[in-house]
Design a binder for this molecule. Structure first.
Ligand code: UDP
Length: 235
């Protein structure tokens, strides 16, 4: 069966239900705008299971997501949504591109979270934008940008507390949102996994996310498996 769409980490397929798509999690990993590539056995399985557990937890806390149902080891059924072409990044601790951009040392804790928008464009390398850009580029109205920020901060609050219980610090993360076709409601879409969140062990500070791949730290899937194991103890 041909996918309807293939991205860097997932494939989307149609289903018998016109309102539902099947999202398949792939084993491929990319970093630095796909300049660095690798394949990791079980990555699809681990990220699917982590996203499923986190989406169920978020839904229980009142956060709406595109999740419909679990399918199998590497597939989830999701509601068809129109993905907003704005990626929302929330940062609690300085890391990654933030440090590079402003010359700040990794690990500095922010007093309040920083919310960033980037334009979802592989060709342009997901450039940093703001609500004015989003408005003028027709990506999101001012009201929608405000809603994205508000929703992202709620997700951040819930995730900080949850990961803390799992013995991990939530350094930063990227999320995406989609508009449902029936009600036009904006819901959380895409994945929430160690590919899209930076997670540090609370006690040792050990990196447990995709930075292990980006920075060649080794033990990438072992860390993802540990993240899943810790999550499963707390859901
Ligand atoms: N991130 C992501 N996809 C992207 C860009 C960033 O999932 O296309 C995540 C990344 O894993 C990290 C957070 O968003 O948890 C902030 O990433 P940053 O802007 O520091 O960029 P990076 O260092 O990944 O280039």
């Amino acid at each position: 069966m041909q996918p309807l769409y293939e991205g860097k980490a997932k494939r989307l397929y149609t289903t018998d239900d016109p309102n539902v798509l099947r999202m398949e999690y792939k084993d491929e990993a990319t970093a630095f705008n796909a300049e660095k590539k690798a394949e990791f056995d079980n990555k699809g399985k681990l990220n699917k299971a982590i996203t499923l557990a986190i989406y169920n937890m978020l839904e229980a806390k009142g956060v709406k997501t595109h999740l419909v149902s679990d399918v199998d080891e590497i597939n989830l059924n999701v509601k068809i949504v129109d993905i907003l072409q704005v990626e929302v990044i929330v940062r609690n601790i300085a890391a990654g591109s933030f440090c590079k951009r402003v010359g700040v040392e990794e690990g500095i804790c922010f007093q309040q979270p920083i919310v960033e928008f980037s334009y979802k464009s592989d060709a342009l390398g997901d450039p940093l934008i703001n609500a004015d850009y989003a408005r003028e580029m027709g990506l999101a109205t001012e009201e929608e940008s405000a809603e994205l920020k508000e929703k992202a901060l709620v997700v951040n609050d819930v995730l900080i507390e949850f990961f803390q219980q799992c013995g991990m610090k939530l350094v930063d993360f990227k999320i995406e949102f989609g508009r449902t076709r029936d009600t036009g409601e904006i819901v959380l879409a895409d994945e929430v996994s160690p590919d899209t969140c930076r997670l540090w062990d609370l006690e040792t500070g050990k990196k447990m996310d995709k930075d292990r791949f980006r920075q060649d730290l080794g033990g990438v899937m072992e860390s993802y498996a540990e993240v899943l194991e810790r999550i499963n103890k707390h859901v």
